[in-house]
Each structure stands twice: as C-alpha cells, then as structure tokens.
Design a protein around this ligand. Structure first.
Ligand SMILES: Cc1cc2nc3c(=O)[nH]c(=O)nc-3n(C[C@H](O)[C@H](O)[C@H](O)COP(=O)(O)OP(=O)(O)OC[C@H]3O[C@@H](n4cnc5c(N)ncnc54)[C@H](O)[C@@H]3O)c2cc1C
Length: 375
C-alpha cells in the first residue's frame, strides 16, 4: 500500500470555475479541501471567451470589477455576411468576464474560505483512496475521502474512477485584444458558415473594451486547422469597424464537450463537475453557467456524504436523470452538425428571417432556462 503524505476530506483536481466553486463551497461548510491545479498561475492558458448569461449574473456573486459592459444585442449572419438578423433585448443579457482577474479573485475567495490551493501541481493517478500529485517539489501522495474531477473535457479523473468520458467534442479558438472605447454599442456577432466554423459558429464579441474573435467546430472538418480558421475569419469578421487588431493578441482555445451531460458522473470515491461531467449546452456550447450550477449541486452531495460518514448521498448525483433537460438542445446540436455547406447554412438562415425562426432564436439567446435548474 502506498504511504500517503497527507489526508484531506476532498481533493479537487482542476482550478477552472467548476473546481474553484466546488472547493470554495465545501471549505465554507467546514471541510478540509485541497485544490490541485497543474497551471502555475490562473491568469494564463485561459480556455474561455467568458460570456456570462443573465441568469448566472443574477444567481452567482461574480466580482463586478471583473465584468465588461452589458450586452443586449446579438447579430446573426449568413455565410455571405449580407442582411444580418439583428436581435435586441430590452434587458442586459450578457457580460464578458475579464477572466484572468476573475479566476484570481475566485482563487482568493477559495483560500479565504480555507481551501489549500496547490498551483503547478498535476494529478497523476490513484491507487484506492490515495492520489498522486506531481508538484514543484516532486511527487506527493494524498489520501482523500472523496475526489472531484474538475479537470476539464478530457478528464483524467473520470478515466481513473471509471466514470463516463466525453466523446463528442468541438474545438474552439479565439484571439482577444483591447478595443478603443466609444465605438458601436456592445454586441455579440455570430456567423453561421461551415467553411469557417464546421458544425458551430464563428463569433465576434465586442463590448467596447475587448474584442474576442473566434471560431469553433469539429476538429476533423477544419480544412486548414483551427488557428488558420481564426485568422481567416479575423480578416473579414463583422463587428470590428474602426477597430485595429494589434500585432500581439492573446490566444485562447480548447475542447468543448457538446454531447450533453454524461450519465455516470459519480461513484463511491468521488464525482465529476464542469466540462469533465459534460456540463455544457450542446447547442450554444456555453459551459460557465452549467459548471457553476452543477458544482453547487456536487458540493451539496459531498457535504451530505461527509456529514453522514458514508457515500450513499453520491448516488443522488446522477447524470442520467439530469441529462433529460439536454434533450431538446441535443436534437438542435445534431441539426447544426448537419450544416456542412454554405448553401445549407444560407437556407437554414432563411428560417431565422421568419417570425417563428426569430422567436425561437430569441428564446435560445435571451431565454431564462439554464441547467441544471434549481432543486
Ligand atoms: C474557446 C472557448 C470559448 C468558450 N466560451 C464560452 C463562453 O463565452 N461562455 C460559456 O458559458 N462557455 C464558454 N466556453 C465553455 C466554458 O469555458 C467551459 O465549459 C468552462 O470554462 C468549463 O470550466 P471547467 O472548470 O469545467 O474546466 P476548465 O476551465 O477547463 O478547467 C479545468 C482545469 O483543470 C486543470 N487540469 C486539467 N488536468 C489536470 C490535472 N491532471 N491535474 C491538475 N489540473 C488539471 C486545467 O489546467 C484547468 O485549469 C468556451 C470554451 C472554449 C474552449
């Protein structure tokens, strides 16, 4: 049997938003939590645009000074970029997080709550309830009552716990740069063009502080790779009038699981949250709201299990049951995946010009639904 160097209630692997939130809630409830993150700092290698939807902003206390100006306008474009459909909301719908300070603020909150945050520390495997971490001072072994896989779409924890793993993935990439104030009103521009973004969308989010210019799609369908697709899109992208792209830009990217919440996301040893659990809308590819909500649920279940002294509560953390609310969005994802030529994209776009199509788009983009819902 491997000797453990330390013992904790919960080992959380991965300090993205899901891991930070789960760890903080558990520590606030008095549990001993170790949060291991392989990146040496949370401000680098960011994997998200950071668009937060209204419901998240309503329900979670994100630091005001880490959020960009509200966005009320979405502009949808066909491949020709001509005659876009403009959707305006009478409410603030989105705000883009300034993600480096936002992650750092979340980490400070975690540490204040009592979480031990180990940066530059990679989870490398397990034997029974002893987990190997490789940190700046070499390998250590940690005995944990429970482990939380918050380690992203290609979760090693999921594999080691023999839980379900994401097999339906998009890849997304974007460039981020500052823009001068005083331009057009903040807007979210989406282009439906399978040559640029096969199976998903190309986007420009310009909130008057930063522009995010990105594409996402099925990795094997990009004719010349993701990075080149971002560059091609950047050359003609809408929503950037009067904006100069600097020579140096921040690049972000990563996999996006879009197969819906995984069915088996817990076992007596632990559970999965965030991208590791597939908690991403299959249609919009938005994962920030689902990862926060699922993490809150995970923390409740682990709190119950730790208090009860047995793992029965983890049986209630059941992806198969929660997955039902993904059904409609999974069907729409299958539809979007079939858009393989500009002609099909243009025809699909025609639907958006009808009152029924525009109403459906408004429901998806400005709706109140989120996952998993309360309770
Ligand atoms: C390009 C792009 C743009 C996106 N834009 C949006 C958006 O605007 N709005 C939205 O709602 N969603 C968006 N998403 C999806 C959203 O960002 C994710 O669903 C969400 O960030 C997932 O959070 P997470 O904490 O589960 O995973 P992550 O943020 O990926 O965190 C996982 C963490 O685990 C760490 N890790 C991995 N393996 C190990 C290991 N072995 N040991 C230790 N640490 C490990 C990683 O370093 C990482 O920090 C986007 C995704 C991409 C790729």
């Amino acid at each position: 049997m491997t000797a453990a160097h330390e013992t904790v209630d919960v080992l959380v692997v991965g300090a993205g938003l899901a891991g930070l939130h789960t760890a903080t809630v558990l520590a606030e409830r008095g549990h001993d939590v170790l949060l291991a993150e392989r990146r040496p700092g949370l401000a680098g290698a960011i994997r998200t645009t950071g668009i937060f939807v209204r419901k998240t902003l309503d329900d979670f206390p994100l630091p005001e000074d880490c959020l960009g100006p509200p966005i009320r306008r979405v502009v949808l474009y066909p491949p020709s970029l001509r005659r876009p459909v403009i959707l305006d909301s009478d409410r603030d719908e989105y705000r883009v997080g300034d993600m480096a300070p936002l992650y750092e603020a979340a980490a400070r909150r975690a540490v204040e709550a009592g979480v031990r945050l180990a940066l530059g520390t990679r989870y490398a495997g397990r034997r029974a309830d002893v987990y190997t971490l490789e940190g700046p001072e070499g390998p250590t072994r940690v005995r944990a009552r429970y482990v939380v896989g918050a380690d992203g779409a290609r979760s090693r924890v999921a594999r080691d716990l023999a839980l379900d793993r994401n097999d339906h993935l998009l890849v997304g990439g974007e460039e981020v740069f500052e823009v001068p104030a005083g331009g057009d009103p903040p807007a979210f521009h989406c282009v439906l063009d399978p040559r640029l973004a096969p199976g998903y969308l190309a986007w420009v989010v310009n909130d008057g502080r930063h522009a995010h210019v990105g594409v996402a799609g099925y990795a094997d369908r990009f004719p010349d790779g993701l990075r080149r697709a971002v560059q091609r899109f950047g050359a003609t992208a809408p929503g950037l009038d009067g904006v100069h792209r600097p020579a140096e830009v921040e690049r972000r990217g990563g996999p996006i699981p879009v197969g819906g919440l995984l069915r088996r996301i817990s076992c007596p040893r632990g559970l999965l949250v965030g991208d590791a659990a597939g908690a991403v809308s299959p249609l919009t590819a938005g994962g920030l709201d689902p990862c926060l909500r699922l993490s809150a649920r995970a923390a409740d279940v682990l709190d119950d299990a730790l208090r009860a002294g047995d793992a029965t509560a983890l049986e209630h953390y059941d992806g198969a049951a929660l997955r039902a609310s993904f059904r409609g969005r999974l069907a729409l994802r299958r539809g979007l995946a079939q858009v393989r030529t500009p002609a099909v994209a243009a025809a699909a776009f025609g639907l958006l010009r009808t009152p029924v199509g525009a109403a459906a788009a408004r429901r998806i983009l400005f709706g109140d639904r989120s996952f998993p819902g309360p309770g």
